[in-house]
Design a protein around this ligand. Structure first.
Ligand code: NAD
Ligand code: ZN
Length: 370
């Protein structure tokens, strides 16, 4: 099956390609060479993690070396803990130690953790070198590799330090997903489902019709789901690159409750995707109550999430603790919790929800788990 190219065109930025399809990794070198900064570079640094390195590092390096690049690599420990200032510091030092100059290219080979820290390191080393994203998780392909948000975590919270810096090329090779486990697969599916509800009837009902095939990893459906998600994300980012125009917030659908679930259940207990799916179920019910959103959306979305392997959680916490966690979230403004709520598929609103209403919904939510 041929690969698909999506062009990301953000006002004021150089346009870049996202290449989606089986075998794209073997042509990584050619595509890096063809991008503006890669054309004159002769050094490439591949940053990857300890799970991805044994699987895809040699293939990526081979493709880059075949284009004449001198390729170095750094492997960081897999996992969210690596998204730290300490690890970023080690990478900066290593880059300087091997005399990488401003004209080098940083290639991020891995999931969102590698993408975020490599993007951050690349956008700050010598005030910024070119960054190429090679996402290897479904979540990174459909979400984190596109849009230019980079960052690391602080002990006070996630993603508190970072930059907006667009990559010069994104290479999403579907073959790399063959080694991804079910939990990580479902994480990507949750972000695809999120995008479809916010985007349009066309995307949502297509996904509903193909959810079983996406869960079964049918190649054609996987490719189309990634392409549709990338087109959606690129469009959102083009309208609001730095989250200042009130458009990019839509990417947070399902995430208000999800962040509280992840925090209170202990990070890692439930996957991010499982928490986001639960957050979408909650938000849709809130929307039905506050905005008169059709019950049909609530039910159809439940059906979609079930089919994607994202069942409702049996876990809950007390409404008071949930409310408290949501108020402490960095996305809350002035202690007021805000939700992205769908009025209907393809039509969303950012709504400040009063504590009383939220408490009542959280009570219902907790009771439904008893
Ligand atoms: P991740 O990078 O931790 O990857 C998940 C796991 O899969 C890791 O253990 C990784 O080693 C492993 N892995 C990666 N590719 C694999 C493959 N092909 N086969 C087998 N195992 C593989 O997590 P993620 O879910 O990809 O990304 C989550 C991160 O992305 C978070 O830090 C989040 O903050 C960030 N994020 C950023 C943005 C953005 O816009 N920048 C958007 C969403 C999420
Ligand atoms: Zn998410």
């Amino acid at each position: 099956m041929p690969t698909t190219k999506v062009v990301v065109n953000i006002p004021g930025e150089s346009a870049y390609d996202v290449r989606v399809g089986a075998g794209a990794l073997d042509r990584l070198g050619q595509h890096v060479r063809a991008t503006a900064a890669g054309g004159k570079a002769d050094r490439v640094l591949v940053i990857t993690d300890s799970n991805v390195a044994p699987l895809y590092l040699a293939q990526a390096k081979r493709s880059l070396a075949a284009e004449g690049y001198r390729v170095s690599d750094i492997t960081i420990p897999a996992g969210e803990d690596s998204k730290s200032i300490a690890v970023a510091g080690e990478i900066w030092e290593a880059m300087a130690a091997c005399s990488l100059g401003r004209d080098c290219v940083v290639v991020a080979l891995g999931g969102g953790v590698v993408g975020d820290i490599a993007g951050f390191v690349g956008s700050t080393y010598m005030r910024g070198v070119s960054v190429v994203q090679v996402p290897t998780t479904l979540l990174a392909m459909v979400d984190s590799s596109v849009g230019g948000k980079t960052g690391v975590n602080l002990s006070a919270g996630k993603n508190l330090v970072g930059t907006f810096n667009q990559p010069t090329y994104v290479c999403a090779d579907i073959n790399a997903l063959s080694t991804l486990n079910e939990r990580e697969w479902a994480c990507g599916c949750a972000e695809i489902a999120k995008a479809s509800v916010i985007d349009s009837d066309d995307f949502f009902f297509w996904l509903l019709d193909h959810a079983n095939q996406l869960a079964a990893r049918d190649e054609g459906v996987v490719q189309e789901a990634i392409v549709r998600s990338v087109v959606f994300k690129a469009d959102v980012v083009a309208q609001d690159q730095t989250e200042s125009r009130g458009v990019r917030e839509c990417l947070n659908y399902g995430h208000t409750l999800a962040h509280a679930i992840e925090k209170l259940s202990g990070y890692g207990t439930y996957s991010h995707g499982a928490a986001v799916a639960e957050g979408m179920r909650f938000a849709a019910r809130l929307a039905a109550d506050l905005l008169g959103t059709p019950e049909e959306l609530v039910e159809t979305q439940d059906e979609l999430l079930d089919a994607l392997g994202l069942p409702a959680l049996s876990w809950s916490a007390s409404p008071a603790d949930m409310l408290d966690a949501m108020k402490r979230d960095k996305k809350a403004r002035g202690g007021q919790v805000r939700f992205v709520l769908p009025r209907d598929v393809g039509n969303w609103e950012l709504v400040e929800v009063s504590d009383d209403i939220l408490r009542a919904h959280l009570q219902q939510w907790t009771a439904s788990k008893a």
